[in-house]
Ligand binder design. Sequence first.
Ligand SMILES: Nc1ncnc2c1ncn2[C@@H]1O[C@H](COP(=O)(O)OP(=O)(O)OP(=O)(O)O)[C@@H](O)[C@H]1O
Ligand SMILES: [Mg+2]
Length: 247
Amino acid sequence: MGVVSVINQKGGVAKTTTSLNVASCWAQFGHRVLLIDLDPQSSATKAIFGDREFDNTIYDVLMGGTAIQDVIVHSDSFNLDVVPAEILLSGIDLQLAAHYGRETVLRKKIEPVTRRYDAILIDCSPSLGLMTINALMASKDIIIPICPEYFSLKGIELILETLHNIRVGLGYRVGVRGVVITRFRDRKVTREVIREVEEKFQLRVFNQFIPDSIAVEEAHHNHVPVHDYAPQNLAAKAYRTLAKELW
Ligand SMILES: Nc1ncnc2c1ncn2[C@@H]1O[C@H](COP(=O)(O)OP(=O)(O)OP(=O)(O)O)[C@@H](O)[C@H]1O
Ligand SMILES: [Mg+2]
């Protein structure tokens, strides 16, 4: 599987929810999975660990001499290894701006552990800034979650443009595994967006859509994956099926 980034610069499209639940399903299937929280909001870190504080996070790895091995924490409830994030990450784009090789800091830092895992998932922030470029430069592929609406198409266009710029400017090709439909509601716009994604952008839309369910939110508050919180819930079952489809 390698390194996969979950990206969309639009906020609130279930990047974190998808990262957490897909990662924990993969772990439940027996794969060795590392989840990297690369968002200053630290939503993934908080959903997994609550208010627990960490001496070192991905920030220290990117900014200083801290080895990634020293910031990995295991979560028993998610059955995952996790690299936590913190709010300090919000200033890192500026701090790294003048660094030589600033786009490949993350790639170099995760290199020592890539062989230990069957999959490494990176939960990106809602931006196409330097941190997201770092995630892309460290990834083999990306997964794009969308809540279908007309603006989602513009968002996808921007992501593809970013991948193009990386290919041309930095000589690195990132693959798109496909688009995940989250918070699915059966509306006309949903079907139209899906058709455009497939026809105009020639991207794969995964068969399994994720329905809207309050259990997803409740699972976050209880710091467990939704398939443990409510195994029979439709969103929980959908994430399990999606995780199989994605693997
Ligand atoms: N299938 C779903 N059903 C109900 N609520 C959902 C579902 N998926 C996500 N949510 C809720 O929507 C909100 C946004 O989800 P999430 O944090 O995963 O999005 P995000 O793309 O990571 O956001 P950000 O861009 O801020 O990082 C959260 O409150 C989450 O609990
Ligand atoms: Mg998020």
